[in-house]
Ligand binder design. Structure first.
Ligand code: KMH
Ligand code: ZN
Length: 304
């Protein structure tokens, strides 16, 4: 029996959370780069990147900050540097897409549908600034917008930039949106899809729902038409989905963007701690962790 390679993606800082949720969340470009390099040394083949205003930690789509972070990661490690085109609260699709059109990364995230995205249930902590509690509360009214007009346009921009999309699907309907895009010849095969489960407003981070999402994708596109990864939001969903993905032949994503705990009783001190725990599961389940260039080969990206 052959041992299949598995690549791990680490979502370093996030575009929805606020820094007061955990001291471990990196904020400044230097902190984000350091954390990404440490995650890469711990075994992450992909680092998924957002940027934050250095003074406050507020999620932003500032091109200068993205350039600084992408340059820093590129100089210091060989992980696939994967910026978001999802951004965060209050950002327009034009702002979100600029990192793709201006920086032409080898890969970036591509969100496949609109949905409510609520983080108002995060417990306020004494160390949070007023803007942070207001921001969390504002998500009662937040729709993460990815309309058909948006995703058609984004498809063109990704192709012009030569950037491979990682299709983020949060609910089963997003797979039907992806099928529609494929029918319009807006999708290049084989594609890569991330099942992001556990957002309040979309599907749950349960093993049953991951199996359902994967089966639906196989039914729509065929098993050999795509590579896939699972990102569980929250604890223990992050590790339950990582373990399930290992068993089902998928890849995995962990990181402080999606989850702040390393065990039931311990908060994660770093992204590297989350990566180490997930990577340790791979050999137990007969999967071999892939280095960055092996991940590039599996994803059909040019080797660096
Ligand atoms: N924040 C995650 C739930 C993106 O950046 O494009 C989803 C995400 C999307 O990572
Ligand atoms: Zn993200």
């Amino acid at each position: 029996m052959s041992v299949q390679p598995v690549f791990l993606s680490c979502a370093i800082t996030g575009g929805m959370s606020v820094p007061g949720q955990s001291q471990a969340i990196p904020v400044t470009p230097d902190q984000i780069v350091d954390s990404a390099v440490d995650a890469s040394s711990a075994g992450a083949a992909i680092v998924h990147l957002h940027v934050r205003e250095p003074e406050t930690g507020r999620p932003v789509a500032d091109l200068g900050l993205f350039k600084e972070v992408l340059a820093g990661v590129g100089e210091r490690c060989d992980a696939i540097a994967q910026p978001t085109s999802g951004g965060g609260v209050g950002m327009t699709i034009e702002e979100r897409a600029r990192v793709v059109t201006e920086c032409r990364p080898e890969m970036a995230t591509f969100n496949c549908g609109s949905f409510n995205f609520g983080i108002f249930q995060v417990r306020p902590r004494p160390e949070m600034a007023d803007w942070e509690t207001d921001y969390l509360e504002s998500t009662r009214d937040y729709v993460f917008r990815n309309t058909f007009r948006d995703i058609y346009r984004l498809s063109e921009l990704f192709r012009e930039a030569g950037t491979k999309p990682e299709y983020e699907v949060y609910d089963v309907g997003h797979l039907y949106n992806l099928q529609h895009m494929a029918e319009q010849e807006l999708v290049d095969f084989p594609f890569h899809v991330q099942f992001v489960l556990g957002v309040l407003g979309a599907n749950a981070a349960s093993i049953e729902q991951l199996v359902h999402m994967r089966q639906t994708a196989v039914g729509l596109f065929g098993e050999d038409s795509f590579t896939w990864s699972a990102a569980g939001v929250g604890y223990p969903g992050q590790f339950h989905l990582a373990a399930t993905a290992l068993m089902l032949g998928g890849h995995m994503r962990v990181g402080l963007e999606d989850n702040l705990r390393v065990t039931t009783s311990e908060r994660a001190e770093s992204n590297a701690a989350l990566v180490k725990k997930a990577i340790a599961l791979a050999p137990l389940l007969d999967r071999k962790p892939a280095e960055a260039d092996e991940a590039r080969r599996l994803l059909g990206l040019a080797l660096r």
